[in-house]
Design a protein. Structure first.
Lengths: 525, 289, 333
């Protein structure tokens, strides 16, 4: 446990000195009243309320009723002090015949802004009344030592300070903080140390993150420490150190919590503890003819591979939902095997029915392993008012490419008919930047494209030899009779090939070498 | 027996050319022509294929490269015979065929060097100036082109050596060679067109006879194999095949080679046949004075 | 007959090195040209050239000298007959022959655009000669033929004489054992020719190279050749040493003697000699008697003069004009 010895030692020393200086219980034997007290010095933090208990006793063998005036004789500037009996501040007390003594409390409020040091507070007692023979007041001095470094008087503990968990699975500790002061105090709680990459939160019972606790005198308060070990945590024992200190104090008391990582899967844990099913976009609004595509990521937080089946749990009637690998259009995804800690993205393609009415439709998908599942809800909004031009679309297979002058690349342009009618005589209209050439390979036009069908056309883009460097844009759209698709652009970055230049120099070098070689080898006589 | 002697003769033949100022001027001129035409073509826009390949000016190469073969071969035999050095050479331990083999080998070696040199200079320049990309397919096609150009040149070398074996004077040999060059590389298509239309009355471009007759020309095979043009001669026959020769990157190289295999076979066969004729002519001739 | 036996012996000893008395030998070597083979360049030529000798092959232009040489080094194939050079068959082992021989053909051309060194280097490469040996040999050869100063000069600038000498160096590049020289002095001035002849003789002497040279000049052949063959219209007319040729001449033409006699009048002496057997003709020139005899009759004449009391102060055989002889032989046949 890392204890800040440098601060605590002088504080202990100081306390020790003060205690040794503390006057022993004094009795004014021959007086009518006497003050008895056990503790005349206390250590406090700024803002603290320091309480000293003392008793006022009648004098030796006196049974008469005695009255005593109580007053603060001396206190540091800006300090407040008062004498209390049974919770009320008093200035006089009368000890009846039958009562020999009375317990009183001197409460001293330490101001916030005060330097560390020893501050004396003196009280005075002046008996009065007929039976008083000696009227000299009695003084009693108390000392408040303001020490910010003083060890706070608190206790922090947990019923179960050691727990076992799995990588990626959070564990909770109930921690109690006990105020051992006689008065209510505010405590600061914080995390002194934790294993790297671990998530640790200090939470109230209600789940709010907390940093301070206010606790009545001599009571305790429970709070929670939520420990979230990372997925890659290796089996072993880890320690989390929770520190508590007085709000104003510098010294902390520590509670070590130990977490043992056990990579074995607990049978009763929910699958969500191990598998994250997530999508950044959970709601898409489309026309009923269109398809909604959600990109969903699935992550295995467990340290062993998991085989997961993908299923659609709920779907509006007659709708279709499919799982598709990100890159591939063909083939449907039904299950996957995720290595430990890996994340995989896939698409969920939702096809509503053509006659779906406007509205919001939830789709529930799940990853299932055995009899456990993690689910994710997605929402598809059907909106008939979305622009109609999207019924007819072009999609270039890549929207950016880099070419060397003289180089060429072939891309595919996908023409999709999302409408309900067949499209005829579809041609691509290409707007080329200077220095670039495009050539449609194969047949230039598509005679007809059924509703819902798509066709891809290979398009070769060539950069001229003299094309200047820089980014040039090619705009592509498809036209069918009167209909025109929206325009898609392909950005072509023309870069002079430095490797080509080097190769060129190499070739020139070789040519010269060849000439020299031939002349040297064959030119001699 | 003494294979070594073939190489000694080949080396001497090569050295003779390399030390010949006229030959060196021709080499420089040729490289300059190829370089300039490649550079100009390179800066033009090309619709099809690889820019790099399109930049190689086949028309120019097909017309001027044969001159290399002619220069290398036109006086190969007649010069030695005339000077009497052949007379002396024959008294040394070598066979007659060694002499011709050495001359052919030396000249072929130089021809290959010149072609490779000019191709490397041109392509290298294109790469440096235009920052073109050299793809593997381009490289292979350039290699194939270089090889075919070599065979094409060797055809003219064979012709030149044959003429130089037959005639009595080097100047005659040069004249005949230039005439043959003019006929094959410049005028063949135009003459053929004229003749065919005179004798058949058909439009030349549609005549089957014309396509048959074109097969006689090495230029035809060369042009067709490399860029798919049936005739590259001046005002020649304007016919193109669907595949633009081995330079047509729309098709794989093996497809191109298959498509034009007849042309390629002819380009290889022609020099072989010419060489055989060269040897026969040389061996039958009384070379001594 | 004898020849055939030798040739079969040679057949059996094919493994190199073949040692034989003869560097060159031919048997019934024949070659014709023309469509119908109507031009007979060489007819049944039988030759034997000994190792280390300088063999002259003379005849008029078109006699078949060059054709014979070409056949000997495998440039032409004989129609009939066979031949061997250094034991190698002239048809089947041409390359071996060329490895062992050098030839200066006529006409000979070299690479005018190359220097003397570069030319020789090229020929040397054809024999796979090691570069360091090669360069040394090139320098030595050019030194030998007196062209050391022109080693780095282009052949194109050489005079005819220099070309001929360079041609000789070229023929020697492989250190041949047999050297064929086709009219080595043709086209050069007398001084140059003399120098060339000396060179050939020296080569033959110092290196033992068999030299087979053709010429149409009897004088040249007479000067350097050990043996001579005369050929005309493809036929070998005469073969032998100079002396043998002379004997043939004597046999054919008789001998001219010149006599000076003392103590006896010329007319008397003439009478006595006239009566000697074998004397064909006699004439008196001043104080000298010139007589023509069918054969050698020196002793008979000497005896007869002595008997008559005369003293012979001079008795000489008149110098024979081989050139005349050569022409005569050719005319005759």
């Amino acid at each position: 446990m890392p204890i800040k010895n440098e601060k605590i030692l002088p504080a202990l020393l100081l306390t020790l000195i003060l205690l040794s200086l503390m006057p022993l219980p004094v009795r004014a034997d021959f007086a009518q009243v006497a003050i008895g007290n056990d503790i005349s010095g206390k250590v406090a933090s700024p803002g603290d309320l320091v309480e000293f208990s003392f008793t006022v006793e009648k004098g030796y063998n006196t049974s008469k009723s005695t009255s005593v005036r109580l007053f603060i004789k001396e206190k540091p500037e800006n300090w407040t002090a008062g004498i209390y009996a049974d919770g009320n501040q008093i200035s006089h007390i009368t000890l009846p015949e039958k009562i020999a003594e009375k317990d009183l409390i001197l409460k001293v409020r330490v101001p916030e802004k005060v330097k560390d040091g020893v501050y004396p507070v003196s009280i005075g007692l002046k008996p009065y009344g007929e039976s008083i023979s000696k009227l000299d007041p009695i003084y009693r001095e108390f000392a408040v030592t303001v020490a910010r470094d003083a060890m706070p008087d608190l206790k922090i503990y947990s019923d179960f300070p050691g727990k076992k968990t799995h990588p990626g699975i959070p564990v909770r500790f109930g921690v109690f903080l006990e105020n051992k002061y006689e008065s209510r105090a505010n405590f600061r709680i914080n995390l002194a140390s934790k294993p790297e990459e671990w998530g640790v939160d200090l939470l109230s019972k209600e789940g709010a993150k907390i940093t301070k606790l206010g606790i009545p005198a001599e009571q305790n308060r429970e709070f929670e420490v939520l420990v979230n070990p990372p997925l890659n945590a290796i089996a072993g024992d880890y320690e989390i150190l929770v520190a508590a200190s007085l709000e104003k104090g510098n010294q902390s008391v520590f509670l070590p919590l130990s977490v043992s990582i056990n990579p074995e899967l607990a049978k009763d844990e929910d699958l969500s503890a191990y598998v994250e099913l997530n999508s950044k976009i959970v709601g898409i609004e489309i026309r009923p003819e269109d398809k909604a595509e959600f990109t969903v990521s699935i992550k295995n937080r467990y340290d062993q591979p998991l085989k997961l089946n993908l299923e659609v749990l709920s779907l509006p009637k007659a709708w279709k939902a499919e799982f598709i690998m990100k890159e591939e259009e063909k083939g449907r995804l039904s299950s996957l095997r995720l290595p430990a800690g890996e994340e995989q993205e896939f698409k969920v393609k939702v096809s509503p029915t053509q006659n779906a009415t406007s509205g919001l439709y939830p789709i529930q998908i799940a990853a299932i392993s055995g009899d456990k599942r993690v689910s994710l809800q997605l929402e598809v909004g059907i909106n008939h008012d979305i622009e109609n031009e999207e019924l007819f679309r072009v999609y270039p297979s890549s929207s950016e490419l880099t070419l060397n002058p003289g180089g060429s690349a072939e891309i595919r342009v996908n023409i999709e008919n999302h409408g309900e009618e067949e499209l005829e005589d579809i041609s691509l209209e290409i707007n080329t930047a200077s220095g670039l050439n495009t050539q449609i390979r194969g047949f230039g036009t598509i005679e007809e494209l059924e509703a819902g069908e798509s066709r891809s056309i290979p398009l070769e883009i060539t950069a001229n030899a003299n094309a200047g460097s820089g980014i040039k844009e090619i705009f592509i759209r498809a036209r069918s009779d009167g209909r025109v698709s929206s325009e898609k652009s392909i950005r072509v970055n023309v870069e002079k090939s430095s490797s080509g230049g080097l190769l060129g120099i190499g070739m020139l070098g070789f040519a010269v070498f060849l000439l020299v070689f031939v002349i040297r080898k064959f030119g001699r006589r | 027996m003494k294979k070594n002697n073939v190489f000694v003769l080949a080396q001497k033949e090569a050295a003779d050319h390399l030390r010949d100022p006229g030959f060196l001027v021709l080499l420089a001129t040729y490289t300059a022509i190829i370089f300039a035409s490649t550079y100009m073509y390179g800066s033009m826009e090309h619709q099809n294929n690889s820019t790099l390949l399109s930049s190689i000016n086949i028309q120019m190469i097909s017309r001027f490269t044969p001159l290399i073969g002619i220069v290398l071969g036109f006086d190969a035999v007649v010069r030695e015979q005339k000077s009497g050095s052949l007379n002396v050479l024959l008294t040394h331990p070598l066979f007659r065929d060694n002499i011709l083999a050495g001359k052919l080998l030396g000249s072929m070696l130089l021809a290959a060097s010149i072609i490779i040199f000019s191709v490397f200079v041109s392509v290298g320049t294109l790469l440096i100036f235009f920052g073109l990309e050299l793809r593997e397919t381009d490289l292979l096609r350039i290699a194939a082109f270089t090889l075919l150009t070599f065979f094409y040149v060797v055809i003219f070398l064979g012709i030149a050596i044959l003429i130089s074996t037959i005639v009595k004077e080097a100047t005659d040999s040069l004249t005949y060679n230039v005439v043959i060059w003019l006929f094959i590389c410049i005028l063949f298509g135009a003459i053929l067109k004229t003749l065919v239309s005179i004798f058949t009355g058909q439009t030349p471009n549609e005549s089957v006879l014309l396509t048959h007759l074109l097969n006689l020309s090495p230029l035809h095979h060369y042009g067709e194999a490399i860029i798919g043009r049936a005739d590259l001669s001046f005002m020649g026959v304007n016919m193109e095949s669907t595949i633009g020769g081995i330079f047509d990157t729309r098709y794989s190289l093996s497809q191109c080679l298959r498509e034009f295999r007849m042309n390629i076979i002819m380009l290889i066969l022609m020099p072989v046949v010419l060489f055989i004729i060269d040897f026969i002519a040389f061996l039958r001739k009384d070379l001594t004075l | 007959m004898n020849m055939e036996i030798r040739s079969t012996e040679l057949e059996q000893n094919k493994i190199k090195p073949r040692t034989d008395e003869f560097a060159i030998e031919t048997l019934n070597l024949s070659k014709s040209f023309g469509k119908e083979k109507e031009i007979r360049a060489v007819k049944n030529l039988n030759l034997q050239v000994k190792k280390g000798e300088v063999f002259g092959f003379i005849g008029p232009n078109g006699a078949g000298k060059t054709t014979t040489m070409k056949m000997l080094i495998g440039l032409l194939e004989p129609d009939e007959g066979s031949g061997k050079v250094e034991g190698f068959d002239i048809v089947r082992e041409v390359i071996n022959i060329r490895e062992q021989t050098g030839m200066l053909p006529e006409p000979a051309g070299f690479y005018d655009n190359l220097t003397a060194r570069q030319n020789l280097r090229f020929y040397a490469k054809l024999y796979n000669i090691e570069p360091d040996i090669r360069e040394k040999r090139i320098e030595n050869l050019l030194e030998t033929v007196g062209l050391a100063h022109a080693i780095e000069q282009k052949i194109g600038g050489f005079s005819t004489g220099m070309r001929k000498r360079f041609g000789l160096a070229q023929a020697l590049i492989n250190e041949p054992s047999v050297l064929f020289l086709d009219e080595p002095t043709s086209g050069i001035d007398p001084l140059g020719a003399q120098r060339m002849r000396k060179l050939i003789k020296d080569l033959n002497k110092s290196k033992g190279v068999t030299v087979f040279l053709s010429s149409h000049s009897m004088e040249e052949v007479e000067e350097i050749c050990d043996r001579i063959a005369i050929i005309s219209k493809g036929k070998l007319l005469v073969i032998g040493s100079i002396e043998e040729l002379r004997d043939i001449f004597r046999e054919k033409e008789g001998i001219h003697y010149l006599l000076e006699i003392q103590e006896l009048s010329l007319t008397e002496a003439a009478k006595i000699i006239k009566n000697t057997e074998g004397v064909n003709a006699l004439e008196i020139q001043d104080r000298t008697l010139r007589l023509h005899a069918k054969m050698n009759i020196r002793t008979e004449i000497a005896k007869a003069i002595k008997k008559a009391g005369g003293t012979i102060s001079m008795f000489e055989e008149e110098a024979m004009n081989l050139q005349k002889l050569f022409l005569k032989i050719i005319e005759e046949k």
